[in-house]
Design a protein around this ligand. Structure first.
Ligand code: BTN
Length: 329
């Protein structure tokens, strides 16, 4: 068997073994079931152990399922995931330059709506405004979802907002933390950045080809895991909760929440979700500076409108903004 065949058999094996986790499996019987040699089964079990799976072996050479690793793999994230179309296809890598870049390539070659791209680490993770996204292995979640909504491109920023809403709700499900959405797509815990969303689209005039929603989430980082330059303004879910969480559980919960919000968004836009987004918003009634390209506008935030635009009272009247970088003072 070559490497690909062994990997594919290992994936099938772990799916099967998990269905009856307490059952004692006989490698010889599994070999007969899969029409391979007993040695192939043993090699696959070794491979699964190298991926972080644990088994309980007895003295007769039989074994049962032990535990699964908290790895952002297609097997783990796809296991018993209850979504209908989001993350029904998952591509996972140990390391990528950027999950958004890979998602663009997959989308351009026809990947269906809902395809999820995951990486354990990114070597060139991208943030908004050309910044880097610090993406160390094993601590955070780096994910991109491919969407194909039939909407006008000017409505696409709404997708960032519903992703931020699903993210805030997912973090809130872990406990009573001070979670805020800083328009348009930063998630803050106690005023520090915990997650960011980079939504990119491929569009023509009046028509969206596809949307990539990139999610960078600081999950199990300790303060020392951030570079000095980010330490002051960044935090993680772990730091907020004061305990580690299982990343795989988090991303599965998020996918379910996001799917619900996205289905609703495709039918009703932000009509139904707007109030919940505003309830999380850190900017309502605050004085802000909004940088749009080279221009900076100052004013007081009044609202987020039904297109997801920030409504600001400026010295030149009330204005609606669809993008920009906000600083508070
Ligand atoms: C921001 O706040 O500036 C947005 C950060 C988005 C980072 C994520 S990590 C997964 C995906 N791939 C990327 O290269 N960027 C996004």
């Amino acid at each position: 068997m070559n490497k690909d065949q062994l990997e594919s058999l290992a994936e099938k094996l772990i799916e099967k073994i998990r269905v009856r986790p307490k059952h004692k499996y006989d490698p010889a019987k599994l070999a007969r079931d899969y029409k391979v040699s007993r040695e192939d089964i043993i090699v696959c079990l070794d491979l699964l152990q190298s991926w972080g799976y644990k088994f309980n072996a007895d003295k007769n050479g039989f074994f049962s399922f032990g535990s699964a690793p908290d790895s952002l793999t297609a097997i783990e994230v796809g296991h018993k995931l209850k979504t209908k179309f989001i993350a029904r296809r998952i591509h996972s890598w140990k390391s990528l330059q950027s999950t958004n870049t890979t998602a663009h390539q997959l989308a351009a070659s026809g990947a269906p709506e809902g395809t999820l791209v995951l990486a354990e680490q990114q070597t060139r993770g991208r943030g908004r405004f050309g910044r880097n996204w610090h993406s160390p292995a094993g601590l955070g979640i780096y994910a991109s979802i491919i969407l194909r909504p039939k909407i006008s491109p000017n409505l696409a920023p709404g997708i960032s907002l519903i992703a931020a809403l699903a993210m805030a709700d997912s973090i809130a499900s872990y406990g009573d933390l001070d979670i805020k959405i800083k328009w348009p797509n930063d998630i803050l815990i106690k005023g520090k950045k915990t997650a960011g969303i980079l939504t990119e689209l491929s569009a023509e005039i009046g028509r969206t080809n596809y949307v990539i929603v990139g999610l960078g989430i600081n999950v199990n980082h300790k303060p020392a895991d951030f570079p000095e330059s980010l330490r002051k303004g960044s935090t993680s879910i772990r730091a907020g909760l004061k305990r580690e969480i299982i990343r795989v559980d988090f991303i599965k919960y998020f996918m379910l929440k996001f799917e619900k919000e996205y289905v609703d968004f495709k039918k009703h836009g932000l009509v139904k979700s707007r109030k919940r987004i505003i309830a999380y918003s850190s900017l309502i009634n605050s004085p802000i500076n909004l940088k749009i390209g080279r221009k900076t506008v100052s004013g007081n935030v009044l609202d987020i409108d039904e297109n997801g635009q920030l409504v600001v009272e400026t010295s030149e009247g009330i204005k609606h903004f669809s993008a920009g970088e906000v600083t508070t003072h």
